[in-house]
Design a protein around this ligand. Structure first.
Ligand code: GDP
Length: 320
């Protein structure tokens, strides 16, 4: 479905897991190897002695066409013998790891322990999985999202998976981020003279996009091309996950406008659903142009359509 006529040049997308991977998949259908995806690693954690990168893995599996769509994570058609046996032996089975999925975590852990950088390890996997796009961790240094709650802090996966986001949040911090920096590969993608657009995928603004933007020096690199952000909030609700719940708990309205406010100052375009068209004027007052469209990606055709609209919008912002 390549459509190179839609836009020239290369494109960088910033993404978390589910929402990010869906739009990245649509962008990849248009751009192939002209796409680089910078992925959140704040969700990464160590579990059973393994280094697990949930958002990178979701992006890899989605771009490779092997993701489990109903679940939003893991591989389609998985078997669960490893996890069943782990539970039987009294091991921690709250974080679900399918049999085929485990292979990636084992190999990544081995390679990281042998001294390879996360960026290099993941590009090796992308190549092996037949992915044309470049999939880049936001940085090579470990950064860990910590969730603040009224009862104290929680590591992100404890909050997200073990406690199913049920506890209220009061804030977030990204442990280790002050010691991190954009990798050579991330800088090369953002400083590419042929860069024609940066797309902020409809990922969770607090725990997927914020960690990426918090990497020291990252935000300053976003000025070389139109920045088009897609709202993860449609008609006051997150399509999936806790974004809207977090907004309410953080005392902000769970609406697209509140997401746009977080991206004001560097986003030049903001994509909302038709359902939220009434907010367009207030979003434009923040200094960005608005595109109202069908922002829900139900299937592969929707992913490619929305991605194509984002690219055309960026092109319009570039020339207009
Ligand atoms: P996570 O790291 O796995 O939570 O994934 P992301 O942060 O990348 O994605 C979560 C966000 O994706 C949620 O806030 C959803 O509302 C959003 N999302 C998921 N599917 C869609 C969709 O089809 N359209 C839009 N606009 N947002 C979506």
């Amino acid at each position: 479905m390549s459509n190179p006529g839609l836009t020239s040049g290369n494109v960088v997308a910033l993404a978390g897991g589910v929402g990010g991977a869906k739009l990245a998949h649509g962008l990849a259908a248009h751009l192939g190897d002209r796409l680089s995806v910078i992925v959140n690693t704040g969700d990464d954690f160590e579990h059973l002695g393994l280094s697990i990168c949930p958002d990178i893995d979701t992006v890899l599996y989605t771009l490779a066409g092997i993701a489990n769509r109903a679940q939003g994570w893991g591989i389609e058609g998985e078997s669960w013998s490893f996890l069943d046996q782990l539970g039987r032996l009294g091991g921690p089975d709250w974080f679900r790891l399918g049999d085929r999925d485990v292979a990636l975590h084992v190999l990544r852990s081995l390679r990281l322990r042998a001294g390879e950088k996360l960026t290099a390890v993941n590009s090796g996997f992308a190549r092996r999985l037949g992915i044309a796009a470049t999939v880049l961790p936001m940085c090579d240094e470990p950064v860990r999202t910590v969730v603040a709650t009224p009862d104290g802090e929680l590591p992100f996966q404890d909050y997200f998976v073990r406690l199913r986001c049920e506890v209220p949040v009061t804030g977030f911090r990204f442990d280790g981020v002050e010691r991190a920096g954009p990798s050579r590969e991330v800088l090369a993608a953002l400083r590419d003279p042929d860069l024609s657009a940066i797309v902020i995928c409809p990922s969770n603004p607090f725990v997927s996009i914020d960690p990426i933007l918090s990497v020291p020096g990252m935000r300053a690199e976003l000025g070389r091309a139109p920045v088009v952000a897609v709202s993860p909030i449609i008609a006051g609700q997150a399509v999936k996950g806790p974004a809207a719940k977090m907004m309410r708990e953080l005392d902000m309205p769970a609406i697209a406008l509140a997401v746009a406010r977080r991206y004001a100052g560097f986003a030049t375009g903001f994509v909302i659903d038709h359902a939220d068209a009434a907010q367009a004027q207030e979003i434009e007052a923040l200094g960005m142009k608005v595109l109202a469209t069908d922002a829900l990606m139900r299937d592969e055709a929707d992913r490619a359509r929305l991605a194509g609209e984002c690219l055309a919008f960026a092109e319009m912002l570039h020339h207009g």
